[in-house]
Design a protein around this ligand. Structure first.
Ligand SMILES: *[C@@H]1O[C@H](CO)[C@@H](O)[C@H](O)[C@H]1NC(C)=O
Ligand SMILES: *[C@@H]1O[C@H](CO)[C@@H](O)[C@H](O)[C@H]1NC(C)=O
Length: 350
């Protein structure tokens, strides 16, 4: 008798604890897309005033395979953070082209370590480099230090196993289109929109093709149509590992991005700036269309409106400009580098 009573009481307590927990999670209003806006903005201003970067001289003209790398490199060369005086630099950039072999990268590092004292000072920890696909592990000492100590700037998504979370940085994708402003007559027509750039076998997407709540299409005919799609869909679907170049545009048009993935993602751009969980819905693709619809159903009402609003705010960080603008992709990547300037500097000896 009394054990039954206690179990019922216990069950009741657990249930009320659970409901109060879930209600606090869901009813807490989301007010900022940032992990900490009180640190971000003052610290960003400090960066603008004092950040100094020394670029080693490359011994050849550099070319890059991806638009994100090219834009980053040209913006870096022309930005006011570059200094000719390595003594005042916070960080050092090691340039090399996209198609160079691993052996040649090793030789580049060896040359810098022999010619100037800065590499040996920290064994590369205050250095950074650009590699879209990311470097793997090698046995050459120069490459080991580069990979383990220096900050790698790769493209999002990075190759699996070639990205070190907390140290490395992912460049946000450059959108393939420049969408004009959202049309005024916007009405939500679709629950989810998926732009299929290359026909890829995806069972989850195939399950949705005939669902009238979803619009799955290959390249829309023109820019205005694409913009209309973003503006008239509640959610925009992206497959991690597939084409994610539209995430920034989806955010800016208020189409809440849904990232479908089969594993935890550790290489999101701006991971130490943005609260990704509050602007994007992450869905595991193992659950199929059912799980996707459940997740979208859970993201409704007030929470949906808040996510949408924060996403619009956050979208400025995903914009790449030929001439960098405040808080755009280039500057937000620079801010992430600025956060990584406090490296262990080995004491100079001798
Ligand atoms: C840095 O260290 C390496 C090997 O430890 C050495 O060969 C090189 O000359 C050093 N560089 C400088 C500038 O002293
Ligand atoms: C919205 O406006 C655009 C251009 O102004 C037009 O092409 C489109 O048909 C309109 N859509 C609706 C649903 O009225």
């Amino acid at each position: 008798m009394s054990t039954t009573y206690f179990s019922v009481l216990l069950l009741f307590l657990c249930l009320s604890l659970f409901t109060s927990l879930t209600t606090t999670i869901y009813s807490k209003p989301l007010t900022s897309p940032y992990l900490s806006s009180t640190t971000l903005f003052p610290n960003y201003q400090k960066m603008l005033k004092s950040f100094k970067i020394f670029i080693y001289k490359p011994n050849e003209a550099l070319t890059f395979n991806s638009p994100a790398e090219s834009l980053f490199y040209s913006s870096l060369q022309n930005c006011p953070f570059v200094t000719q005086n390595p003594e005042e630099a916070h960080l050092f950039f090691v340039p090399f082209r996209s198609t160079i072999s691993m052996r040649s990268i090793g030789r580049v590092v060896k040359r810098h370590r022999e010619e100037l004292p800065y590499w040996n000072r920290t064994l590369g920890a205050d250095h950074f480099y650009l590699s879209c696909a990311g470097l793997g592990y090698e046995s050459d000492r120069n490459l080991v230090e580069l990979k383990k100590n220096s900050v790698q700037i790769s493209c999002f998504p990075a190759s699996q196993g070639k990205f070190v979370p907390h140290k490395d940085i992912a460049l946000p994708p450059v959108s393939t289109s420049h969408a004009p402003h959202a049309p005024d007559n916007k009405t939500t027509k679709f629950l989810g929109y998926f732009r299929q750039v290359k026909l890829k076998e995806s069972s989850l997407i195939n399950e949705l093709v005939n669902d009238p709540n979803f619009l799955i299409e290959s390249e829309p005919s023109d820019q205005l149509t694409y913009t209309m799609r973003l503006a008239s869909s509640k959610f925009c679907l992206f497959e991690y590992g597939g084409d994610v170049s539209g995430i920034g545009e989806a955010l800016s048009f208020g189409c809440v991005p849904v990232v479908i993935t089969d594993r935890p993602i550790q290489d999101l751009p701006f991971m130490d700036v943005l609260r990704w969980q509050e602007i994007v819905v992450f869905v595991n693709n193992n659950g199929g269309a059912k799980e996707l619809k459940r997740a979208l159903g859970d993201t409704g009402g007030k929470r949906y409106e808040q996510m949408k609003g924060l996403g619009v705010k956050a979208s400025q960080h995903f914009v790449w400009n030929e001439l960098p603008q405040p808080l755009d992709s280039f500057h937000t990547v620079m801010y992430q580098l600025w956060l990584r300037r406090h490296t262990i500097r080995y004491a100079r000896w001798g």
